[in-house]
Design a protein around this ligand. Sequence first.
Ligand SMILES: [Zn+2]
Length: 446
Amino acid sequence: MNLVSFSIKTKGAHNFARRLGTVFTRFGVSEAPTRQALYTIIDSLRQYNAEPTFFIPAVVLRRHPELITEIAHSGVEIGIHGYIHNDYRLLSESEQYEQTRQAIAVFEQTPISYRGFRNPYLGWTEESLHIFAALGFMYESNEAVIHDVIDLDQFTPLLRNGYEKSLELFQATTCTAYALRPHFEGALLRIPTSIPDDEMLFDRLRVTSPKRVGGIWCKVMQRVYELGGLYTLNLHPERGILCKRALDILLSYAHNQPLPVWVARLGDIAQWWKERSQFRLNITPQAPHHWHVEATCTPRATLLARYVTVEDASLTPWSGMDVCIQSHSFTVHAPRCPCIALSLQTPEQVADFLQEQGLPVVRSSQEEADKYAMYLDIAEGLGTTREEQLQRRSALMEQVEQLEAPLIRFGCWPNRSRAALGVTGDIDSVTIQDFFLRVLEVHQHT
Ligand SMILES: [Zn+2]
């Protein structure tokens, strides 16, 4: 299936005709309009000392190496968006492997150091994950979390239908605190991405007013902040100028939250999650109801506590039941050991999962259960299918988040941040020529 038939299938012939109309207003025969759009996004983020992450198909990079190298040198992260702009779900495993390898080869001819991969149409498969890990990618960013912050009843059935087709195309999962966190699958980090993206708002729902778009993004940010997760905004640079005000509204909203929101490139988020995965909490009894806590971590770790009296360290307010501890070695007074105990028959997989979530874990027999903040006996583990795993992991994290008992743990984000925001976008085309070559390239590879 080529791009034309693919687009028509997922967007409808009517939408495809509209799309062609916008191509001539957003792209030029020269790089100039795209350059201006890229710098519009870059400049908005600079005001907050932050940088965006852009993904680009290798063939597009090959046609515009100077422009992309220039923005990479200015601090922007560039990731791989396929060799050509096609859907990996339509490829065999060996085709996926070959195209990913070809894409890497093109990137290696430039000074750009890539760290991540995002598929066109977020079209990943189980095979893609193995390929990304085997070819040394640090992360991928394809798992789409849907934020239902839009009242769909106010749209016509035709527009709603188009929007729902996008949800299907992106294999969207529902939003939970756990779904909003990165997670490791082997050595590969999976960084969730958020939808609706700019295309779903502009082209599907025809929401184009900057104030309205900005308002929707702030609603997503608000929810991500409350859940302490990551908001990966998807904004195609071709709409960079149209979205400038909306982006400024979002960045200002994020900046004005009571606790910091970490605005970061996805590669830095991957680096942080890797660093954090090595953090450990060692809790030892000192006297009755007194525990010494030794945190093995880097200085930027966020250490949180609830329902304990911290005796020899200063505290700063945080969120909900938690306070933030300013020391990595301290003593707490608590009626129970501030950690999570697992039964002996609970598989190691559960311990690894809780540790990745920043929680201290010990093993204990059922008789000692009430000595700990929480006791878990999950002999069956965390599920087998992806859907089951997501559900069980989400439910378990919700249980921990709501726990009204003594608990020490690591927060998700560095330097006391409550949430994170990654501004990302796919540079599918730089010029009008790229847009039409895309049709040809995809056709040649099918
Ligand atoms: Zn794309």
